[in-house]
Ligand binder design. Sequence first.
Ligand code: PEP
Ligand code: MN
Length: 342
Amino acid sequence: MIIVMKPNSKEEQTKEVCNVLESLGLGVHISKGKQVTIIGVIGDKTVLNDVPIELMPGVEKLVPIIESYKLASKTFKPESSVVDVDGVKIGGKEIIVMAGPCAIESKEQLFEAAEAVKKAGAQFLRGGAYKPRTSPYSFQGLEEEGLKYMAEAKARTGLKIVTEVISHKSIEVAEKYVDMFQIGARNMQNFYLLREVGKSKKPVLLKRGLSATIEEWLNAAEYIMSEGNYNVVLCERGIRTFETATRNTLDISAIPVIKSKTHLPVIADPSHATGKWEFVLPLSRAAIAAGADGLMIEVHPNPRCALSDGPQSLTPEKFNELCNSINQIAALLDREYKIHKH
Ligand code: PEP
Ligand code: MN
């Protein structure tokens, strides 16, 4: 449920309503918009049966939230959220780009990728240290050693670091080295893991599950938020359909749909969506045109030798072209674009 305050209501009146709600054991979340203040109420609403909140001074109306997710819903918080990752803001006017190899393979490979994506204009370095591979015999990642290289790459380039976590243990380790946790598609409904990253203060990049509906995806975000971590960024990375020409099908419509349902930022990952490097550029353009707040792109210094996802990885040259192209699309949109060339 949300409580909408009157446009001319006073701050003390909002406080008074919150005091009553909290005294009944309910959680409150205040959202101050330009026009009105909205109080989101969390908890068992039956305690309000005998308390006429709607009659309190300054209250305009009570509105139930019909969605199964609350904290993530736009009804609960109509204004878009901006997630601050160590100073880089996702979900504002600026379009952000995360780029780097699928897997961290060696110090040299990572540093080369980091320098290249920085030079082209990315703000984040991505790279997997714990790889949830489809086959148990595929390269599984360098784990903590890889994360140390990531922290070193940050020190050298200033890029923010995002990496996937797959377990309680990996969260504990990654916490020391990275700026943002990634929850991969295969773990989107690992509710234990979602709660664990929810207990952390670090921002979370939540990828859409391979066959997840938008509602299931938003409920996954709700799991993280229900633990107190509101710094969630969604990532559309393609869903499984009957089409086999591409690895997955990038659900472009999910971008405006998600924007209509949630205040959380959303980015797109055309690399995992298509599985083929030659389609990454057109789909990046499409995702930004559809309203995505950023992109996640796989870049490898030498894709042919990559230990994972080589066929979908861009060379540094192709990635530079992509950044220039995104620059042009952004110029057509009402967005600030700050991919600085270095
Ligand atoms: C990744 O980004 O490294 C990855 C494995 O992606 P996804 O979880 O979307 O498959
Ligand atoms: Mn990959």
